[in-house]
Design a protein around this ligand. Structure first.
Ligand SMILES: Nc1nc2c(ncn2[C@@H]2O[C@H](COP(=O)(O)OP(=O)(O)O)[C@@H](O)[C@H]2O)c(=O)[nH]1
Ligand SMILES: Nc1ncnc2c1ncn2[C@@H]1O[C@H](COP(=O)(O)OP(=O)(O)O)[C@@H](O)[C@H]1O
Length: 204
């Protein structure tokens, strides 16, 4: 049985990664998103176990001590991490897994899983980014300012990623994400066929 592939999607807060990923997994077979653990407070519309696992700093630190995270990082003023077991279970089942994580987590995952595919999403402009954070209506002005301050530093890491896309028109960006997944799936199938042919040659 073949194992799934790991995809990393990073973007500054408000660029649209969560909306894009939600639609992408709804439209794509055998693709799931890993639900992260975080110490940040949940927003109004968020549900525990659906958007994040919301945990205390103590629980988070205990998970670090027990090596329960594939990667973890402090982002803005909170901790975020990806549970190792869940991701490994998905991959073993042959499912492709999306990690919606920041550039620090992306670096950690790339070191352990060099064959992962990483995608960075940019907003069309800084002004549009602020507008989207305001329109989302989930964060107060201090939190939005804090995220805007961090956005430029976050975006400076885009050259570390395999793919870069701009989320201007939502459907165009969604289509581009789907193309990246399809292209990588085709490549994987071809590599497996070549490997099989090689093995048959060796046996004959
Ligand atoms: N390293 C790491 N970063 C994460 C994880 N989950 C979320 N993040 C990042 O944390 C940042 C803040 O996420 P969040 O508080 O949900 O704000 P949002 O991006 O505005 O929706 C984003 O850059 C996320 O990609 C994780 O498990 N690990
Ligand atoms: N292409 C787009 N055009 C206009 N608004 C968008 C687009 N993509 C996302 N949004 C909106 O921008 C806001 C931030 O999107 P979200 O997915 O929460 O971003 P992120 O997860 O990167 O913080 C949401 O209100 C979302 O509906």
């Amino acid at each position: 049985m073949t194992t799934g592939k790991l995809y990393i999607i990073s973007a500054p807060s408000g660029a649209g990664k969560t909306s894009l990923v939600k639609q992408l997994i709804a439209d794509t077979d055998k693709l799931v998103v890993s639900i992260s653990h975080t110490t940040r407070a949940s927003r109004n519309a968020e549900q525990n176990g659906v958007d994040y696992f919301f945990v205390t700093v103590e629980v988070f630190q205990d998970m670090i001590a027990h090596q329960a995270f594939l990667e973890h990082a402090q982002v803005y003023d909170n901790f975020y991490g990806t549970a190792r077991q869940t991701v490994e279970d998905y991959l073993v089942q042959g499912l492709d897994v999306i990690l919606e994580i920041d550039w620090q987590g992306a670096r950690q995952v790339r070191q352990m899983w060099p064959e992962c595919v990483s995608i960075f999403i940019l907003p069309p402009s800084i002004a549009v980014l602020r507008q989207r954070l305001q329109n989302r209506g989930q964060d107060n002005v201090e939190i939005i300012d804090r995220r805007m301050q961090a956005a430029v530093a976050e975006m400076s890491h885009y050259p570390e990623f395999d793919y870069l896309l701009v989320n201007d028109d939502f459907n165009t960006a969604l289509q581009q994400l789907k193309c990246i997944i399809s292209a990588n799936r085709l490549l994987q199938t071809r590599q497996q066929q070549e490997l099989l042919a090689l093995l048959q040659d060796l046996v004959n």
